[in-house]
Design a protein around this ligand. Structure first.
Ligand code: G3P
Ligand code: MG
Length: 253
């Protein structure tokens, strides 16, 4: 459960993505091995409506293919290499389905599932993901987050006891999310951009009974500053560095 994790919770952002290709089983397994408290992953639907774990809607950055995730089926996506671009030694890593991540990591580590359907806000991603969570009985091992408020409202109806985090973009968009949009959602945690975090923001969130999980914190100075500001958690591409910086002994690697 979220409330029983250490504070601040160190979320391995897209897995241990400083050391392994993001959003792959290699990066999630590494995060577990390094002793991260939780992993964060991004998920969206592919052409045959299966939730796959990838950040960008377009496949070019990760696989070199000039197509969109939603144009290819899971079987077609599985033919693409999602590791070679990061380092030749990761050649052969694949884009995982959410089901595979649940099979490999479920119940081993807490998972923040980011619903990435901002450009298709009314698709069936919440229903499909909720069914998978039920199937794997992971209700107490996960939380959801999204920049898409509709996705959060829909997932809350399906899984009312699973915490949700409202992602707030940088700058003005973030301001609107935190103030205006935030009034329509009973979210458990605010997920602000690092540059928007201040003593006031943390105090306000806590006064309103919200947790605060900050993204993306990769520099040791920022990690220490977040801890001293008393945030409840932060996302980092380098969970091992975060553990070391916060003197949270790690005996797993
Ligand atoms: O959940 C924190 C972070 O993942 C949000 O931004 O673009 O990395 O998914 P992004
Ligand atoms: Mg994300």
């Amino acid at each position: 459960m979220l409330s029983s994790l250490p504070r601040p919770v160190i979320f391995a952002h897209r897995g241990s993505s400083a050391h392994a290709p993001e959003n792959t089983l290699a990066s999630f397994n590494l995060a577990i091995q390094q002793g991260a408290d939780a992993i964060e992953l991004d998920t969206m639907l592919c052409a045959d409506n299966q939730p796959v774990v990838i950040h960008d809607e377009k496949l070019d950055r990760i696989t070199g293919i000039s197509k969109f995730v939603k144009q290819l089926t899971l079987e077609e996506l599985k033919t693409l290499d999602a590791g070679k671009y990061f380092k030749p030694s990761f050649e052969g890593e694949r884009i995982p389905s959410l089901k595979e991540v649940f099979e490999v990591c479920g119940k081993k580590i807490f998972i923040n599932i980011e619903l990435k359907n901002l450009s298709t806000p009314t698709d069936n991603l919440p229903q499909i993901v909720a069914a998978l969570v039920h199937q794997f009985e992971l209700e107490n091992f996960i939380m959801f987050s999204s920049f898409n408020p509709l996705a959060l409202i829909r997932i809350q109806k399906l899984l009312p006891n699973t915490p949700v985090g409202l992602l707030a973009d940088s700058g003005l968009n973030g301001y609107w999310a935190r103030s205006w949009i935030g009034r329509f959602i009973k979210y458990n945690a605010l997920h602000p951009w690092l540059g928007d975090v201040s003593v006031k923001l943390v105090e306000e969130a806590h006064r309103r009974g919200k947790r605060i999980h900050v993204y993306t914190v990769n520099n040791p100075l920022d990690m220490s500053r977040m801890a001293s500001l008393d945030v409840d958690g932060f996302f980092s591409d380098d969970p091992l560095l975060a553990l070391q910086t916060l003197n949270r002994g790690n005996n797993k690697s």
